[in-house]
Design a protein around this ligand. Sequence first.
Ligand SMILES: [Zn+2]
Length: 306
Amino acid sequence: MKVPVWLILTAAAALAAGPLPIKDLPPGKVMMVIQPHHDDHTTDYGMGGLIAQFTDAGYESHFVRASNDEKDGAHGYGHNDLINERECKAAIAILGMSELYSLSWRNDYMDPVPLQELRAQLIFLIRKHRPDVVLTHDPWGHYDRNPDHRKVARAMGDAYWLAGLENVHPEHFALGVRPHRVPYLFYKARVDYGKGHEPNVAVELNESQVRRKMRAYSTHRNVYASPAMARSVREQLAQEGLELPDLRGLTDEAAAVEMEEWHMDWISRKRGRENGVRYAEVYYFVDEFDHLPGLKEYLRQHTVQR
Ligand SMILES: [Zn+2]
């Protein structure tokens, strides 16, 4: 029987849209989040819930912010840098992270930064903290419009394995660090912003992790939860003779925080619904690299008692 092409394509699309496998945390005790910006650890498409899950499980955790974020906000370059750093510290504390590194490269002006210099910094930090897992931007998100995302993701995509090679930046070893290759990675999977890999896992979140993710997000007041946004939504509703009872008596800033948090709740539920759980985030997970996959099988089949 000849099967029409449209039927094959429809069936393939239905298969592709199935739920993702729920991923448990990989083994380990140290986690690093390496991102371009102060707020990339907790935007709507990740990674706040997963970070909270790692810290709940007792992982030591470090956040690296590559940019100085001077263009994010309306207070001028110098003040934006200081405010964003302060809010970033407060937000990562909500998620249970302990330490912030600000590499402070100029926001949106990273093209002249030598890739090798940025990569060397990441390699050094990886060697210093020896993470079992890194959460980061997808280096293959080719359509990401944000130049800092592309630059830092590319450097990170190189650094996580180059850090394990003895002949790469041997000068680091004089400072007491040793080579270390990161075994596990979670890449952000935001297909509406910079399509890279399709997500291959979902991470199930509990209620507390979602609440902390929402609070961490709205802690970035310099760039989110804008009172002007809340005012304009309220004015628009008022023109139509409508209001939101939940926002009665709140200032525009408090209303903006509420609105942003509803959005975060919505995306966590949506990802959960798509994957058969209550709340979730989705990622492209990179498993431990095995350069001799046939060796384990060979040993299993041929090893004998001496
Ligand atoms: Zn960013």
